[in-house]
Design a protein around this ligand. Structure first.
Ligand SMILES: C[S@@+](CC[C@H](N)C(=O)[O-])C[C@H]1O[C@@H](n2cnc3c(N)ncnc32)[C@H](O)[C@@H]1O
Length: 294
């Protein structure tokens, strides 16, 4: 039997809308601090979940970007340094990786690659301190949506040399729709559990990011999009995975700590009842990629 929920003009949707409006008016959180805190917490398990699938897609982005020997590169939102290391292999030069999470960078540094230099800094702050026309290539793998994409892209354009290239691979706002919808339904049942709402700026589609890149001064060399589907056998397993990945960052700061366990249990039940098929519960991950040339 499917989980029963009324989508019509039920009072709970009004209650949720009222609560969201209240949060919007009062909003005084620092989302950057909360993203950093979430990544610091999951750093030790970051590479265990989903990362190998993401990395295949990052490799594809690098193939299209095609870093050449001797090029000077910058890897923004570098995380545990996968892309940073791949670039250094290709350019045979040292590469700078920038990330806001110290714990994530500790994992990158433990890999001991002498050609990678990791800098613990917010990307926009870092970019603003760099001289114009100083890099041949810049990469942003799975991180742009946590920052201010338009401002970051404009700064990337400034720090790139003429004809330099940027490679972006990113989640869309519509990634993991099953998880998002189960989360919304769980919150709608009890809006007061919501302390904040996530302020991510993931693009809705490839067109949104294309426009931002064009207005930041890039020509688009190529763009692509795609989807990966995973299956989990139960709602509980989906939540377990979720809690070891960056996806949880949004919920970690949205839901009041006192209600978090209850919320995740409710989400697991909804996921199970709404989406369970013969192969399991499908989790659809949607992404986009772009190569821009200055
Ligand atoms: C999904 S991870 C991607 C890591 C890596 N690029 C990879 O492919 O595995 C996103 C990373 O962006 C970092 N991050 C998010 N917002 C940031 C910001 N404004 N400045 C610097 N790093 C940021 C997080 O700490 C996290 O390590």
């Amino acid at each position: 039997m499917r989980y029963n929920i009324d989508y019509t003009c039920h009072p709970k949707w009004f209650k949720l809308a009222k609560h969201l409006l209240k949060l919007y008016i009062k909003q005084n959180h620092n989302s950057l601090f909360l993203v950093k805190r979430s990544y610091d917490r999951i750093a030790s398990v970051y590479e265990d979940t989903w990362s190998s699938d993401y990395w295949k897609l990052s490799d594809d982005m690098l193939d299209r970007l095609s870093p050449k020997k001797g090029m000077k590169a910058l890897d923004l939102f570098c995380g545990t340094g996968y892309v940073t290391e791949r670039i250094t292999t290709r350019t045979e030069m040292s590469v700078i990786g920038v990330d806001i999470s110290k714990n994530i960078l500790n994992i990158a540094e433990q890999k001991g690659n002498e050609n990678c230099e990791y800098i613990n800094c917010e990307v926009l702050d870092y970019l603003k301190k760099q001289p114009s026309k100083s890099f041949d290539i810049v990469t942003c793998a799975w991180g742009l949506g946590y920052s201010k994409p338009f401002q970051v892209l404009k700064e990337i354009n400034r720090v790139l040399k003429d004809h330099g290239k940027v490679g972006v691979i990113e989640n869309t706002l519509l990634t993991l729709p099953e998880i998002t919808w189960a989360g919304i339904l769980s919150i709608a049942e009890k809006p007061e559990i919501l302390d904040n709402y996530p302020q991510f700026r993931f693009p809705l589609s490839i067109y949104g990011l294309t426009i931002k890149m064009l207005f930041s001064g890039f020509y688009i060399q190529e763009s692509w999009d795609g989807r990966i589907t995973y299956y989990e056998q139960s709602g509980k397993e989906v939540i377990q995975r979720l809690r070891n990945t960056s996806v949880v960052a949004g919920y970690e700061y949205a839901i009041n700590k006192r209600f978090r366990e209850e919320f995740f249990q409710r989400m697991a039940t909804i996921l199970h009842h709404r989406y369970r098929q013969e192969q399991g519960i499908p989790i659809n991950h949607r992404y986009i990629g772009l190569i821009g040339i200055k």
